[in-house]
Structures are given as C-alpha cells and as structure tokens.
Design a binder for this molecule. Structure first.
Ligand SMILES: [Zn+2]
Length: 521
C-alpha cells in the first residue's frame, strides 16, 4: 500500500466570491497535492465551504432566499473557480452536509457532558460582517479592527469552551513538536502573543440567530463558528465520534498539513488542537500559515476596492500563468505582491522567454536540421556534463524545497534549470554546428540534451502548471513523465519525430495589455 498524504485548505466562508488572494490557498495546496501524487503518495486533498452563521442568514434574507439555497449557490461558484484553475481536490466539503452536522452535534454533546462546555453569557462589541466580538480596547476608533465597519452592542446567553484547561498541554505540545506550526515565525507569534497569558474561554454557541447546527442539549442555541467549521477536517473523511470511522479516516488522519491563511492561524493552532485534545483525537502533523497576496502594498479587501479576481487573471494571462505567478511570487513567510505590471514582467521573462523560447527554439532546430527527428546522443563533452548534472540534481533540489513547503523556491529550481539550458544553447551554438555537415553528430547530441532537459523540466512542472507540462510533453512526443524517469539523464527515447512547435506563451506587450485591462474596468 502506498503511503498516504492528507492536505486541506481552510473552508471558505460562503458569504462572497473569493478573490485571487483566497484562491491562492487552493492553488498552493493543489501544487503540493500533485507533487505528492507524483512522488507516489495516495493523496487526499480536501477543501470546501463554511456555510453557517449570522452573516449568511442576513445575506439570504436580503435576497429573499433560504440560507441553504444561498450557500449552495456560492459553493458551486467557489468549486467552479477552483476547477477553472485546475485545483484538483478530492472532496469539496460543505458544513451543511447532514453527516457533518450530525457529528458536530455529537461533538458538542460530548464536550458538554464531560464539562468542557458550560453556559454563560456573552457581552461585547460585535461586528456582523466579521462575526466577531471585540473588547473595548480592541476597537479602533470605536469600529471593527478587522474591517473598519461599525460594531453593535450585543449581549446574549451563550455556551463557552474552557480553553485554559488544556493550555499547558498545548504549549508543551507546540514546544515538543517544532514542525507543528510553520513557518517558524508564526509559532513564536502564537506562543508569545496568545499563549503567554491564560486563554479566555471561547464562545461556541449563539442564540440570537438560528442558521447553525442546533445544540442537542439546548435547542435555543446553534453552533457558533469554530467547533462546526474546524471539525470539517475530520468529518469530511468520515470521522465518527462513536468510533465507527470510515476507512478514509483511519488511512488519512492525522492530516499532514492544514494549509491556511496566516490570519486564522490562532484558531487552527489553539482552538483546533484543544478541541482535538478534549475529544482525545490525534493532532494534525502541521499547520501552515501562508502569507497574503498584496496589491501594491495593501492587503486585498473589498472595502479598499483593490480586489483582483481569478477569472480576470485567467482571461488576461491564462490558467497556468496565473498558477505560476502566485506559486512563484508569493514567498514562504512574507507577503507577496500582485499587480498587473509585475504579472506582465514575470510572464515575459520566465514564461515567454526562459521556458517558451527554449522549447520553441529547440523543436524548431530539430525540424530545421533533422527533419524533426530527435537523434540519439553521441559522445558527451565536459560542457554537456554540466547540463546533465543540473538535470540529475533538479528533482532532489525541487523535492527539498517542497518538503518544507517552500513552493516558490521549488519552482525557481525548475526555472534555473531552464536558464541553464538557454545558456547551453549560447555555449554550444547549434546554428554554427548546423552550417557544417561534419558537425552533425555533435549537433544531434546538443539537441538531444536540450530535449531531455526540457522533458525533465516538464515532468517537474506537472505539479505546478499541469496543462503546460502536458503540452510540452506532447510537443516533444514523449509519455515518459514519472519522477523515477528523471533521476538519471537520458530517459527520453530518441528516434521519434517532432512536429513544428506551437508557442507556449506569447510575449505580452505591456502597454497594450494594460490598456485592455484598463478598458475593462
Ligand atoms: Zn469587521
């Protein structure tokens, strides 16, 4: 049996269509999931929607439809966006799913019966859009510190989860398991900012609205956010509180990675592990808080009017360029920047020039000099050996970065290999060799080496840019596409014939493209 790998994204709050800053998370998790599959793992990749809460109830009322119809529509739209960028999830989880709701009820009951949940009442400044209570000191100019909107005074009966009971155990766990919270800087943030003082109890129910999971022991109350939302990671693969777990749960839990935005790290590294400890369930192996995509220097937000949507990027640049940009440009722990200007620059330099030109030039030369036939290589020189070494090292380098989820660095390794191949063309000057028939043996070796380097790159690119990788492999007429096949140079089978190349990425004229975008807005 293959080794298993379980990766999740956060579930998206089904109140609005996500922008590229949110969709990034899906693309990131997808690249990791695809990479793991290529490594031979049985991968389960779960995403979905968080579908309860007051904000959704209010939005549905505004539109005169039921909350269920409202979230069903949004869930379809979100799934469609993911499909549009080839995010190949195993399961799209909805928290209105009946199995999930039944398990959430069992979880509440167990926590209540063992005394971890108690009834009290909540009082505070409440931001409806953010669904969060704030204390007086947290407010900024009397308004919500997260979205800047007005808050309302709210007091109501509510149930609370005793977090402090498990606090010491959690702190020890985080210290004993240095990989649990990544990147490292975020771990320190959690330990120093949130876990240094006694944790306040967590409000886990509401009684002023009813769009939530009804609490079995108090029907005046519905679930409030976290117990409902977070437990999707286990219910989605068939966890059962009574122990009748599905095969999937036994196989995939504990999760290898929960991929989440850094802004919800606290909920995933404090509330979620405490819930699991209280339920006596093993903790996930890692919580990874990815950085944000900024436009210019600001976080994307509706109120700032600087949102960039995935379908626009696809329309202007294509699916794989969009995937490439966000995967390559958003650093591991610091925020990355997305503007149309930067996008065009990166598109032209990496995709049109470094990758596109290399493939195009190489296939063109094979057509020009050998009628499209890729001949077998002859004696390899010292110069060739440098390229061969770079190819044979590529998988190891890419894997090393992927193992620590440095996805941007891992793609950069592929770009480096492509740059090396372009340099090899300058060094070997095949157009000079092509003028002299006595040099044709040498020329066929050079071209074979280039085609094999392109194949190695395409095999690696399958995780990040699946369509482009498939296109390249088709153009170089090979189906040898496994990781195993690129460990040693020479996996490409010579003797096949190539058609004329079709360009992968056409260079963009920045002024024209920016004008087109401007006219659309
Ligand atoms: Zn707010």
């Amino acid at each position: 049996m293959n080794k298993s790998y379980y990766i999740t994204t956060a579930i998206f709050y089904a109140s609005a269509i996500p922008h590229i800053g949110n969709v990034y998370e899906g693309i990131l998790a997808d690249a990791i999931a695809r990479f793991k599959k290529l490594e031979g793992y049985d991968v389960n990749f779960q995403t979905g929607t968080d579908e309860h809460g007051q904000k959704i109830q209010l939005k549905a009322e505004e539109q005169g439809i039921t909350p269920q119809s409202y979230v069903d529509e949004i869930a379809i739209e979100i799934a469609t966006i993911f499909d549009s960028v080839n995010v190949d999830y195993t399961k799209f989880m909805k928290t209105t799913d009946p199995y999930h709701k039944a398990q959430v009820q069992k979880i509440y009951t167990k926590l209540f019966e063992q005394g971890d949940i108690y009834k009290g009442h909540y009082e505070g400044h409440y931001c409806i859009p953010c669904e969060s209570f704030f204390t007086e000191t947290q407010l900024e100019d009397g308004k919500c510190p997260d979205c800047g909107k007005d808050v309302v005074e709210q007091k109501e009966e509510a149930y609370f989860l005793k977090l402090s009971k498990y606090q010491e155990r959690l702190v020890n766990y985080i210290k004993d398991n240095p990989e649990f919270i990544q990147p490292e800087s975020r771990k320190n943030e959690m330990l120093n900012n949130f876990l240094a003082n006694e944790l306040p109890d967590l409000c886990v129910s509401r009684s002023s609205f009813d769009w939530g999971v009804e609490l079995p022991f108090d029907k005046e109350h519905v679930s409030y956010v976290w117990i409902d939302a977070l437990s999707n990671y286990i219910t989605g693969i068939g966890f059962d509180l009574d122990g009748n777990h599905s095969e999937e749960f036994n196989k995939y839990w504990p999760a290898d990675v929960h991929m989440i935005g850094k802004d919800i790290l606290r909920f995933h590294t404090i509330y979620w592990p405490i819930m699991l400890m209280a339920l006596d369930i093993e903790l996930p192996k890692q919580i990874f808080g990815h950085p944000w995509i900024l436009t210019g220097s600001e976080k994307m937000s509706k109120s700032k009017g600087n949102l960039i949507y995935t379908d626009d990027l696809i329309k202007y640049f294509g699916i794989d360029a969009t995937r490439y940009y966000v995967l390559h440009e958003i650093p591991y722990s610091q925020d990355g920047t997305l503007t149309y200007e930067l996008f065009i620059e990166r598109f032209n330099s990496d995709l049109a020039n470094t990758l596109g030109n290399l493939v195009n030039r190489t296939i063109s030369m094979i057509n020009k000099y050998f009628g499209g036939e890729v001949r077998k290589p002859n004696e390899q020189t010292e110069l060739d050996q440098e390229l061969i070494d770079a190819c044979e090292a590529a998988l190891g380098r890419v894997t090393e970065s992927m193992n620590v989820l440095k996805v941007g660095d891992s793609i950069e390794e592929i770009i480096k290999l492509l740059r090396r191949a372009n340099k090899y063309i300058d060094e070997t000057q095949p157009w000079v060799l092509g003028k002299d028939e006595a040099q044709f043996d040498r020329l066929s070796t050079v071209l074979y080496n280039l085609i094999e380097t392109i194949r190695v790159s395409a095999v690696l690119l399958q995780a990040y840019m699946p369509d482009t990788a498939a296109n390249i492999l088709k153009q170089i007429n090979t189906d040898v596409n496994t990781f195993e096949s690129i460990k040693e140079f020479g996996g490409y089978v010579s003797g096949v014939t190539l058609d004329k190349p079709t360009p992968l990425f056409n260079r963009i004229k920045a002024s024209e493209k920016l004008e087109e975008i401007e006219n659309d807005i």
